[in-house]
Design a protein around this ligand. Structure first.
Ligand code: MG
Length: 153
């Protein structure tokens, strides 16, 4: 058994979709990123790579590589798991976003991630909170996520 931690943050800008856990959430802004900017999935990828001591997401999927432009992060997650050969035991994660409220979308995110990883939905935990108006995230200018993953490797 091995444990890993991952985090990520992206700016929120107008004219981009807001994608979290592979789900597009209706909102006026979205993540500024080379890929689709899915901070939650990026944090999970880093946690899996970390558990296996296999570097980080920037090394596996360099932002300078045109193949990853607007990439579907769920596909990157799939590739990262194949790369490590890790068997995911469970994931716990938390998203910090001032608005919109994410509660209506959490179960869809859990379903999509569980499906990509071929694990039960009850092994994927996603929580959401605001930053209480503090810092850039609290002003609505950024979205961040943190994830912990237990793997058998
Ligand atoms: Mg990222």
């Amino acid at each position: 058994m091995r444990i890993g931690i991952g985090n990520d943050i992206h700016r929120l800008i107008e004219g981009r979709p807001l994608i979290l856990g592979g789900v597009e959430i209706p909102y006026s802004k979205g993540e500024e990123a080379h890929s689709d900017g899915d901070v939650l999935v990026h944090a999970i990828i880093d946690a899996i790579l970390g558990a296996c001591a296999k570097g980080d997401i920037g090394r596996l999927f360099p932002p300078s590589d045109e193949r990853y432009k607007d990439a579907d992060s769920l596909q990157l997650l799939k590739q990262a798991v194949e790369y490590t050969g890790a068997k995911i035991i469970n994931i716990d994660s938390s998203i910090t976003l001032e608005e919109p409220k994410l509660s209506p979308y959490i179960s869809a995110m859990r379903e999509r991630i569980a499906e990509v990883l071929s694990i039960d939905i009850d092994r994927v935990s996603i929580k959401a909170k605001t930053n209480e108006g503090l810092d850039e995230t609290g002003k609505g200018n950024a979205v961040s996520a943190i994830a912990v993953v237990l793997v058998e490797n």
